[in-house]
Design a binder for this molecule. Structure first.
Ligand code: ATR
Length: 275
């Protein structure tokens, strides 16, 4: 029987996941469909039951369901329980298992660049996205991570859980030249013209500056970093690698990520630059 997969969210019409996974299924000659399904919050439980009844093999979860689905799943991998959020579900033959591939996806996207796990990393933000990345950096063996956040207490709490250090935004601005990798995870920058989460005045040229946002492809933060001769990395890599890890869980196949980053960048109106 033809397998089927889905992404559920509200809204869902603009999700690029169906394009990405169907392209990979085609590329590998796998007979499977991947559907975008609009699920309103009040319908989440019922929708989940319906998808299970109809034999779904796996699915992705996007906003606003990543946290509310947690109590509805029987089994969680560590990546999901640490974040208390799920973006991927696979069927292990008995259970629907929740995992979270966002943080690991981001960390994999960093390795496109020549980086070193002992590099000094500054993580800006302490919300859900930062949490996934902080745990993924720890899992990947990064030993020198500092978390900074507008609400300092949240930076301290996340740092304590992930063997990282904490700094205020002002301290991080003053000590910015010490960091080899700077990761921006806050929602600042979704709207052009918005202020930056921290000033990049003191960033060293050659620093790898990454933003998890991919629409716009170049946030004001990345634009400023480019002007300061940094190496910049937008959120397309994270998006593609979180999908690639989900695809591996479902099929056991590592899909072509570089070609997908190029296709998604072009779909978003950008020009692909291979760093
Ligand atoms: P997400 O799940 O996308 O990470 P979130 O959990 O709401 O969203 O977290 C948003 C992050 O952006 C937080 O780190 C937040 O800082 P606070 O903890 O101080 O709220 C940060 N953030 C949002 N708006 C900001 C702003 N204008 N300046 C600096 N940081 C901001």
């Amino acid at each position: 029987m033809k397998k089927w997969y889905a992404v559920i969210g509200d809204p869902i019409a603009h999700s690029l996941s169906p394009f990405m996974h169907e392209s990979w299924f085609d590329e590998h000659g796998i007979e499977a469909a991947y559907l975008p399904i609009h699920v309103e919050p009040s319908q989440l439980k019922k929708s989940l039951e319906a998808m299970k009844t109809l034999g779904i093999s796996g699915f992705n979860i996007t906003l606003p369901h990543k946290q509310s689905i947690v109590p509805l799943l029987g089994k969680l991998e560590e990546s999901a329980s640490q974040m208390n959020a799920v973006n991927t579900v696979n069927f292990d033959g008995t259970h629907y298992v929740g995992s979270n591939t966002d943080g690991d996806g981001f960390v994999r996207s960093l390795f496109v660049h020549a980086i070193d796990k002992t590099s000094k990393v500054l993580l800006i933000g302490a919300g859900g996205a930062a949490r996934g990345i902080a745990f993924a950096l720890k899992r990947a063996g990064f030993t020198n991570v500092t978390i900074t956040n507008r609400t300092y207490r949240r930076a301290e709490e996340l740092a304590a859980e992930t063997n990282a250090s904490a700094m205020t935004l002002i301290e991080s601005e003053q000590q910015l030249a010490e960091f080899a990798i700077v990761i921006q995870t806050t929602s600042v920058g979704l709207a052009t013209g918005e202020a930056l989460p921290i000033s990049l005045d003191r960033v060293k040229s050659g620093t790898l500056v990454a933003d998890i946002i991919y629409n716009p492809l170049e946030t004001p933060f990345l634009k400023k970093a480019r002007e300061k001769n940094c190496i910049i990395s937008n959120g397309v890599g994270m998006f593609v690698y979180q999908g690639a890890i989900a695809f591996e869980k479902w099929t056991g196949i590592q899909p072509n990520t570089e070609k997908m980053i190029q296709m998604i960048t072009e779909k978003l109106g950008g020009t692909y630059v291979n760093n």
